[in-house]
Design a protein around this ligand. Sequence first.
Ligand SMILES: *[C@@H]1O[C@H](CO)[C@@H](O)[C@H](O)[C@H]1NC(C)=O
Length: 188
Amino acid sequence: MAGPTQHNYAVLALLLIALPCYKAISTDTHGHQHHGINSLHFALFQHETINKTGYIVVNGVAGPGISQTTTPFGTIFVFQDPMTATANPSSKVIGIAEGTSITSGFDGLRSISVAKITLRLKQHIGSISIVGVTHNVKPSDHPVVGGTGDFLFVQGYVRSSPVNLKGLTVTYKIEFHLYWPPFAAKTS
Ligand SMILES: *[C@@H]1O[C@H](CO)[C@@H](O)[C@H](O)[C@H]1NC(C)=O
């Protein structure tokens, strides 16, 4: 039977073998594959048109009123927004973001968001699910909680930043930073 000391040496040896591999992948900037560990970094633009792709379904109860950037605390908003390749809303639709946000800041600027983002990229088709707090006028990061299809087991985060908040259609830049853990390495 291996004693505690032998066990520790075995763990240390494993770490020493594994570390250089992780270091090699940490410099990835665009979709790369090394030793079965993938990462993918890209951006899309989400367009939301009030009363067309997004609706208030429950009115809030406190705080500022409805404006271009604020909604009363407790407002439930549901959306199904196109995500395009460039900031131009008529550029190619690459993804669909469907979900809900509930105003959770008394300043009317923050909301809990839950969304499924269906993606049709050149090499990857599937969806990712995100959850987190969106700030209406500042960049905010949302952890990726899972995925389907080619995005099964994906981890990482999605950064949402306002691009245009004026007019009936508001646009957000959505940056994806996705990582496949080793056990989810694509075999195709
Ligand atoms: C959206 O629809 C609601 C409910 O009909 C209405 O009160 C609101 O003014 C509309 N908003 C815009 C910007 O058209």
